[in-house]
Ligand binder design. Sequence first.
Ligand SMILES: NC(=O)c1ccc[n+]([C@@H]2O[C@H](COP(=O)([O-])OP(=O)(O)OC[C@H]3O[C@@H](n4cnc5c(N)ncnc54)[C@H](O)[C@@H]3O)[C@@H](O)[C@H]2O)c1
Length: 364
Amino acid sequence: MEKIKIGIIGTGGISNSHVRAYKQMDDVEIVAGADIVPGKAREALDRWEFPEARAYETAAEMLEKERLDAVSVCTYNSTHAECAIAALEAGCHVLLEKPMTVTLEDAQELRRVEKKTGKILTIGFQPRYDGRMKKIKEIVQSGKLGQVYYVQTGGGRRRGIPGSTFIEKRYAGVGALADIGCYSLDMVLNALGYPKPLTVSAVSYDFFGKNPKYTPPEDAARFSVDDFCGAFIRLEGGITLDFRMSWAMHMDTTGSTIFLGTDAGLKVEPANPESLWGGAWDGSCGNVTLFHDEFGEPTNTPIPLHDAKEDRFFLKCRSFVDAVEQGLPAPIPTSQIIYNQAIIDGIIRSCQCGREVEIHVEEI
Ligand SMILES: NC(=O)c1ccc[n+]([C@@H]2O[C@H](COP(=O)([O-])OP(=O)(O)OC[C@H]3O[C@@H](n4cnc5c(N)ncnc54)[C@H](O)[C@@H]3O)[C@@H](O)[C@H]2O)c1
């Protein structure tokens, strides 16, 4: 069988995890890479030990000159849409890094092109492959909670502003919200079965990012995104979603993820008291407890969960390659992630206008 020919668009930080995964697969070969920073793709391909692979300084040139089956789009958020659209239109299947895009408009355009070309487009939320995340979904989907009516999620870091391209609006579009917030949103929306979002009222702040007391002065000077964001989101089915995400704050945690249901509640604690996550970007979560009544008495049942041993980054790429080879549907489909993106877009709009906004997602 011929190997799947893959190109990498954007050869920065996260591309290393894609290549590490692809390198473990006998049925895949990386034949090219593109990065707009001159020399960066060549340097990366050599470092990955692919001296034969061709380097390009635009995705367009790579897509035109190579006969690729698939690409990983690993660019910063603001160029996700243009790169993924170009790749789909060139006949490639696409594994696109999270968040899907910055705006809902771009995400919808991407969905239109996906539909038109019939190519696979999957979004890189690797926590989906964590056994503990799957267990949380299994519990929520089991009906054990009764009707779920209120969900709280988010979390973040006490000090953890990333720097690099993540803190400038022209590259990242948004800050903590899209960098790590999209994971919390995916964790709970996926568990709930991705209900449609209806409205959102949100706030965001940048007190730490812009302050040289907390952020290196050269980073503080260019900081142009959020370092904290909170939102109140109404979902279809009478479910309310209370969300907050932090890159930096004077607090240990913004709380656990909780699902309140008419028959039981589920608490998912942050994984690591050191890093103070609740967002579970890498799939990790802490204790999971079911709150219910037994014999008329309030009872708390810890759910035993195995340690996360899965190589989530590998499974993310492997499931994409499996879909390409076997003609399977996208493992993490845009029909779900469009709602994640619609919430992010709604949060951005609500923060701009200072009030609740409606969310409309056109069917594609
Ligand atoms: N799944 C994860 O765990 C995870 C972790 C980190 C980052 N990410 C996501 O991956 C993306 C990239 O993050 P990163 O840390 O690698 O950023 P980065 O800035 O290190 O790398 C992005 C690269 O893309 C290149 N680029 C930008 N636009 C391009 C274009 N039009 N054509 C070709 N190259 C282009 C840049 O020059 C840069 O080298 C972000 O969207 C981020 O949210 C995901």
